[in-house]
Design a protein around this ligand. Structure first.
Ligand code: UD1
Ligand code: CA
Length: 451
């Protein structure tokens, strides 16, 4: 089949410079959700009708396999579908989707296609408050036409069955139906909905199908609706995680913007955000208010509250945080401890090493069983270039030490507190750079002069 995604509309009520279909839901543009759902149906053609926001919309989807039809000016949904027509295969049916309706399930669309057969099918829902929607007008049960809110009579407005806009149409008929549309209506637009009456006149069968849940057909016209759909989407993700065994302190306070895979007995406290691809091994616990982006955490690791972890690979049984930051390129082996206010970037830290308080470890290779004292800083940047630091196994880095890279601390070496290391420290020895401590005999504190 063909899929056409209508996405040329203005989105005035978003009050934003960003084109409506590019607003993110769960970290991806609205339109990305619709394209992904369409792809699950394996159509021959996916054509996006774009216009408002123009090339910005098109450039956001550089992947091959999408056809693009520009609609300018935007003269209505019927006019929009007409722009896509040259891209469509007339031998197979066409499914029409909206770029701002992101949560429709592929299963619902598949059943709509089955219902259409060689004819047409509309996805409809019964709403308590149908205000604003096109109404499905039936006679003796059979669908006759759709009337828009603004064109409807009082009796027609009393109908609760509404047009979601999602429909399947026989492509070979579209040319004549769409070119026959008129814009003599309240909005002076070419309504796609008028093809229904044309189909009835041509004795083409029209079926109606209802989705499993009404939210599948909700569109985004405002920031409030965007937030509502975001929560609905996240509720679905949370339910899935719990079904698979994860413990969530509050399923209403988790955000997954990408994919989160959890092993057995994972527990996640409130207000955590997961972005990109995150995998948590068995028994991992994540404290409150953590952000994890593209992170792999091996079994048994505890992440305390308020950590920010990005592009990092964390070994088994580590303890991270509270208030730790792991930046891209961080790899931790098993049983590593990274404590509060410690930042690690582009560094590999081997088993059982610890940096428990207030440190910066950047561009560094750290061996196993190393202790990095509070206030340690790797000075990896000379203002122009980055240099590496190597700290070998069992080294002990005293507090308040600066390691001016490139520099190497040998195996089992000890650096005295306060050292500024500018040359390699030999294995096994104590290296210290600090002014000798003196006590001045007889020294007196100054006293205030009396006037
Ligand atoms: C449309 C339907 C209405 C239905 C409602 C469901 C028509 C005439 N009416 O109304 O029956 O109940 O959707 O939400 O079809 N678009 C374009 N080009 C245009 C106009 C719109 O691409 O010239 C796109 C929009 O980006 C949007 C979709 O079509 O994705 C629907 O447009 P919108 O203006 O929201 O339609 P409604 O007036 O709400
Ligand atoms: Ca709309």
């Amino acid at each position: 089949m063909n899929v056409v995604i209508l996405a040329a509309g203005l989105g005035k009520r978003m009050h934003s410079d960003l084109p409506k279909v590019l607003h993110p839901l769960a970290g991806r543009p609205l339109l990305a959700h619709v394209i992904a759902t369409a792809q699950r149906l394996k159509p021959g053609v996916i054509c996006v009708v774009y216009g408002h926001g123009g090339e910005r919309v098109r450039e956001a989807f550089p992947q091959p396999g999408l056809a693009w039809a520009k609609q300018e000016p935007q003269l209505g949904t019927g006019h929009a579908l007409l722009q896509a027509l040259p891209h469509l295969n007339p031998k197979v049916p066409t499914l029409v989707l909206y770029g701002d309706v992101p949560l429709t399930r592929a299963e619902t669309l598949a059943s709509l296609c089955r219902a259409a057969g060689k004819g047409a099918a509309l996805l409809t829902v019964e709403l308590d408050d149908p205000y604003g929607y096109g109404r499905i007008i039936r006679s003796r049960g059979a669908i006759k036409r759709i009337v828009e809110e603004k064109d409807a009579t009082k009796a027609e407005r009393a109908v609760h069955e509404i047009n979601t806009g999602i429909m399947v149409l026989p492509t070979a008929r579209l040319k004549s139906w769409l070119s026959g549309l008129s814009n003599r209506n309240a909005q002076k637009e070419y309504y796609l909905t008028d093809v229904v009456a044309a189909a009835v006149a041509d004795k083409v069968s029209i079926q109606a199908v209802q989705p499993g849940a009404a939210w599948e057909t909700l569109g985004v016209n405002s920031k409030a609706q965007l937030a509502e759909l975001e929560r609905r989407f996240q509720a679905g993700v949370a339910a899935e995680l719990m079904r698979d065994g994860a413990t969530l302190a509050d399923p209403a306070r988790i955000d997954v913007r990408g994919s989160l895979v959890c092993g057995r007995d994972v527990s996640i406290d409130v207000n955590c955000v997961f972005e990109g691809e995150v995998a948590l091994g068995a028994g991992v616990s994540v404290g409150a208010n953590c952000v994890l982006k593209n992170v792999r955490v091996a079994a048994g690791t505890r992440i305390e509250p308020f950590c920010h972890l990005e592009d990092a690979d964390i070994g088994a049984r580590c303890r991270i945080g509270p208030y730790a930051r792991l930046r891209p390129g961080t790899t931790l082996a098993e049983e590593v401890h990274i404590g509060n206010f410690v930042e690690v970037k582009a560094s590999q830290i081997a088993a059982r090493s610890k940096a428990n308080h207030l440190a910066y470890v950047g561009d560094t290779t750290v061996g196993r069983d190393v202790n990095i004292g509070a206030g340690t800083i790797t000075c990896n940047y000379d203002g122009a270039n980055k240099h590496r630091t190597v700290i070998e196994d069992e080294a002990f880095i005293g507090s308040d030490t600066q390691l001016v890279a490139p520099v190497r601390v040998g195996r089992g070496a000890t650096l005295g507190a306060g050292t500024t290391l500018t040359k390699d420290a030999p294995a096994g020895g104590l290296t210290v750079s600090r002014a000798k401590q003196v006590t001045i005999p007889g020294w007196k504190r100054p006293v205030k002069i009396k006037k």
